[in-house]
Structures are given as C-alpha cells and as structure tokens.
Design a protein around this ligand. Sequence first.
Ligand SMILES: [Zn+2]
Length: 237
Amino acid sequence: MNPLASTADLLDLQELDLRIDQLLDERASLPELESYRSTHASLAEATTRQDALTEQLQMANRELDKTEGEAQILRAKLESVQVQMYSGGASAKEVQHLGMEVDQIKGQIATIEDAELEVMERIEELEPELEAVTSRAAELTEEKDRLEAIIKEAWKGIDAELARKEARKAEEVKGIDPVVLDPYEKLRESKGGRAVGPLEDGNVCGSCHVAMSTAEAHALRKEGLPRCPHCGRLIAL
Ligand SMILES: [Zn+2]
C-alpha cells in the first residue's frame, strides 16, 4: 500500500473520529444528567429520613401501647381496692391502709399519664414530619423517573448514531496502512483529537495554519510520513 495515499484517507477517518468524540461528549454531558444526579441524591436523603422517622414513630407507638396497658392495669387495680374499701366489711384500720394504697396507685397512674402525654406529643410531632418527607420522596421519585426517561431517549438516538459511525470506522480502518494509522491514533490522543490536516495553499498546515518555508514544504513531499514541522501533526497529501 502506498502510505502517501493513506495519509489522504486519514482526513475522512478523522472526520468520523471527531464526530464519534462529539457524540460521546454529548452522551456524557446531557444537561439532564446533572439534575438526575442531584435528584437521586435528594431522594436518597429523603428516604433515609423517612426510614428514621418511621422507626421513631413505631417506637413511640409501641411505647404508647405499653403505657396505655400499664395505666389500664393500674386503673383496674384502683377500682378493686376502692370496691374493697367501700364494701363495708373492712375495719377502720383496713380502710386506712386501703386508702394509702389508693393514693399510691393514683400517684402511679398520674406518672404513667404524664409519660403517655409526652409520647402522644412526640407522635403528634413525628406524624406530620413523616407525611411531609413521604410526599417529598414521592415527588422526587416522579422527577427522577421523568429525567431517566429523557436521558434514555436521548441516549437511544446518540447510541444508534454511534453504532453507525463505529461500523463505518471499522470499514475505513481496514483500508489504511498501520504505518500511517498508528501514528495517527497516537497523535489524536496527544493533540486533542486532531492528528492530521490538509496542506493549504501549497505550504500552510491545515491544522495549525502556520506557513512552512519553501524548503520545509519541499522536504514534506519527500517524507514517507509527512508531518508539519510546527505542530507535529500529519499532513494529508
Ligand atoms: Zn501544523
């Protein structure tokens, strides 16, 4: 294969490669991606808060059940002591003793009722907070799904074009001599994707647009792999 003919083929390949670069860049920098990431993070935060509040609320409700149960037992106990006290069969000493027991039980009930009230207040604070965070999580889920659909749709279009360009590239590469292709690939990495340019006006590099001297331009045509003496990129001849 004539390598001089191949450097000319590189211009088409580069057009293809630059379009592929552009598509990959578009794919990675869709404006919705940033919103998606922040929505996802906010949702994770809301879900964590939701879980914590649910647990706190469950604990508070269990505590309320427990205190209510204890209060019920004490009220039953109080009633039975009072029945005993007023049954008429008790002696004055027994009545006095039962009266002390009544006071003691009433004191225990008051303590339990205070605790009950405290738990109920906590539940009243937790419930609306959980409700708010739950509806916020639902909103965020909806927003995340909406963005996901947009991103998937955009990627579908980009990926279809990428597949077409990659297939064409694979075909084009087959016809290019590795002697030319290898430096082209290396230069693309080090020169921001542009490895080759045409020769303009017989002595100007199409990549860096610096004019070569007559001697430089003359030497270029004798090289197996013509390169611009200024920017080092290949020149398609
Ligand atoms: Zn140049």
